[in-house]
Write a protein that binds this ligand. Structure first.
Ligand code: AMP
Ligand code: MG
Length: 346
């Protein structure tokens, strides 16, 4: 499985988060300046937590919370609530899983099914769960798509049910929910400044201790470096990209992990990367996947009808489209200045 860039993004975010001495104002309380950090491997990715003004105990609680949520949401672990739902067709859910499923389903509806939490049979058929990659024939895809329809997932209070043959995958939204949950936990613990990098899904709590914004690298889908820098205060910035997880098939074509529910195949939408910036990690995570499926025109139209996010869209031919709310906070990296950047207006 190729995940060549998520690690790089983690490093970039850390390198850009400005935890360097030269950024530290002399008058600032040095004890508050030293962050507590933790690295956790969960949800199939490396998570880096950089927390100012928290203690080791709080960081330990954050790590435990990540592992707790992974234990609930994992589609592969045989002890997860999701596994029970997929195997039994019904399950009594914890408040976290019920809430994630409920809000995730709302976002499936809002995106007109570009996000579909019941896509799992296709994700597995392409080998993205096991690493046994293959290209399913159209007939097989059509048969599996019969089992895909998020409108048939029922959640009533803590009880959920799905039709026989259906399987739910929370991979498109789990990290966003986790970011929100960590933010809540850290805030309750008195933290006002933290950067949570959940494998390239970044959640910023407040700003840097000196009051300046966090600086996040936006990966160049075509290269090994980042193409721009995004300044972020108190928001999530979540990216879905075709470069994040992919394989090259025997036919020489590249296939990635974001599936178009209309075809059952990796979404060939003309986009290579979608970053969503907004207050809710869960919403940003859901929309990064969905707007990738939609493609540039539909994504821009969707943004125009929405008020809760901004976006950076990168196309196959290298175009960079930034919605107007990010005009002042996104800038091309040094050396990328010759690339064309279009500001999308309402
Ligand atoms: P993300 O990295 O947040 O874009 O999520 C991608 C993951 O979500 C994939 O690895 C699949 O597990 C799952 N997925 C792929 N396509 C879709 C889709 N159209 N709707 C919902 N989940 C999807
Ligand atoms: Mg997502």
């Amino acid at each position: 499985m190729k995940k060549r860039l998520s690690g790089l993004l983690v490093l970039l975010a850390l390198a850009l988060c400005g935890c360097t001495e030269k950024d530290t104002p002399q008058s600032w309380d040095q004890s508050a300046e030293t962050p507590s950090t933790a690295t956790v491997f969960a949800m199939d990715t490396v998570m880096d937590l950089t927390v100012y003004g928290g203690d080791e105990e709080l960081l330990g609680q954050a790590e435990e919370r990540i592992l707790e949520l992974e234990g609930l949401f994992s589609v592969t672990s045989e002890t997860s609530e999701l596994h029970t739902l997929n195997q039994e067709g019904a399950a009594v859910l914890s408040e976290d899983t019920a809430q994630l499923l409920r809000r995730g389903l709302d976002l499936c509806g809002r995106t007109g099914g570009a996000l579909d939490l019941s896509i799992y049979p296709l994700v597995r058929a392409w080998g993205f769960t096991t690493g046994a990659y293959r290209i399913p024939e159209e007939q097989e895809r059509a048969a599996l798509l019969e089992r895909v329809d998020y409108t048939q997932i029922r959640v009533q209070d803590s009880e959920a049910s799905i039709p026989s043959g259906m399987e739910v995958d929370l991979g498109s939204v789990a990290k966003g929910y986790t970011g929100d949950a960590l933010e809540e936990l850290l805030r309750a613990g008195g933290v006002t400044s933290a950067l949570l990098n959940l494998g390239g899904n970044v959640q910023a709590l407040g700003s840097k201790p000196d009051g300046s914004p966090w600086r996040i690298g936006i990966q160049d889908p075509e290269g090994e470096s980042y193409l721009g820098v995004l300044e972020l205060n108190d928001q999530a910035a979540i990216t879905s990209g075709s470069y994040e997880r992919f394989f090259v098939g025997e036919d020489g074509n590249t296939y990635w992990h974001i599936i178009d529910p209309a075809t059952g195949a990796p979404a060939v939408s003309g986009l290579t990367s979608v970053t969503i910036v907004g207050d809710s990690g869960l919403t940003c995570d859901a929309l990064s996947t969905a707007l990738f499926v939609m493609g540039l025109d539909r994504a821009v139209e969707f943004w125009r009808q929405s008020e809760d996010f901004e976006t950076i869209l990168i196309t196959e031919d290298g175009g960079i489209y930034v919605t107007e709310g990010l005009e002042g906070s996104f800038s091309l990296a040094e050396g990328e200045g010759s690339r064309e950047m279009t500001v999308v207006r309402r």
